[in-house]
Design a protein around this ligand. Structure first.
Ligand code: FPP
Ligand code: MG
Length: 296
């Protein structure tokens, strides 16, 4: 079924009728296709589910193109980002093509689905703006951070689950809650991997978030536990290019306070809650497991 999504994505790009855009798009790595997998898993027999999967993947790809411009990221999924190779203008315009094409296709769906996906993209954009604003100083507000995570990442995954449930005639509120928790757990695991995974696996420099100014959950928890002089040292490293010694120090402090385990258990409890609202569904359980156990 995921192949049908890939075929539809290729067809939609072809319909844009601009070979240069199609060439650039072909060079992007498709990633894990979590959002399309979720739609197909919730609505496996619905004929329009693959199109909805293709739409949300195009929106997601557009958001990453813009995010890499905003973050000035040189790498995406281990390959040079479009802004790095083609420049920021091209990356923005390619993103514009992808999300506007996705929105055109969305108009053929039930208005509740179209509204839910469209509103989630507004929230995504607000979340991105909050993320950038919060990176300007050392944020220690956990709730504010979790609110931003919900907006930046979980909201589109929530809309995917809600929309797929409508397609399949299932309880859309329960599936929305599942999607929201899955999305939050996904981003918390992402934050953890930025600290624990090596650069080859990540496809980007390690501890990149903190260098970009992003004080993710493990850093907020670590800050809470450090004494005053060490708090000061951590804050001094914020938004800096870190040398190996400083990276090592941060990792050793995280180890000393079991910070990573703490963040994992937060992600796991969100996943348990996600499974709790859905009941016994092996495929949805396995999506949750793949999010928690992934290495990149
Ligand atoms: C990655 O975050 C970014 C997002 C999940 C959302 C970005 C959203 C926008 C740019 C809003 C615009 C939306 C559209 C559809 C054009 P990250 O930087 O924490 O993760 P990373 O390490 O993968 O870059
Ligand atoms: Mg980024």
């Amino acid at each position: 079924m995921l192949e049908t999504v890939e075929t539809l994505i290729a067809k939609l790009i072809d319909e844009v009728d601009y070979p240069h855009a199609a060439e650039l798009f072909k060079k992007l790595s498709g990633g894990k296709r979590l959002r399309a997998r979720l739609v197909l898993t919730i609505a496996p027999s619905e004929p329009t589910a693959p199109l909805l999967g293709a739409i949300v993947e195009l929106i997601h790809a557009a958001s990453l193109l813009h995010d890499d411009v905003i973050d000035e990221a040189q790498l995406r999924r281990g390959v040079p980002s479009v802004n790095a190779t083609e420049g920021s203008k091209t990356a923005i315009m390619l993103g514009d093509i992808l999300y506007s094409k996705a929105f055109s296709e969305l108009t053929s769906f039930d208005p509740r689905i179209a509204r839910s996906v469209a509103e989630s993209v507004t929230r995504l954009s607000v979340g991105e703006m909050m993320d950038v604003g919060m990176a300007e100083s050392f944020n220690t507000d956990r709730d504010l951070y979790l609110k931003m995570l919900y907006l930046k990442t979980a909201t589109l995954i929530e809309a995917c689950a809600y929309s797929a449930a409508i397609l399949a005639g299932k309880d859309e509120q329960a599936y929305a809650t599942y999607g929201k928790n899955l999305g939050l757990a996904f981003q918390i695991v992402d934050d953890i991997l930025d600290i624990t995974a090596d650069e080859a696996t990540l496809g980007k420099p390690s501890l990149n978030d903190f260098s970009e100014g992003k004080v993710t959950l493990p850093y907020i928890d670590l800050y809470d536990r450090l004494d005053a002089p060490l708090k000061e040292r951590l804050v001094k490293s914020h938004a800096q290019v870190l040398d190996e010694d400083e990276k090592q120090w941060i990792r050793s402090q995280m180890d000393a306070f079991n910070i990573i385990e703490h963040s994992y258990s937060h992600a796991r409890s969100l996943c348990d809650e996600a499974i709790g609202v859905i009941g016994d569904d092996a495929a949805l359980r396995s999506i949750v497991e793949s999010v928690i156990k992934r290495s990149h």
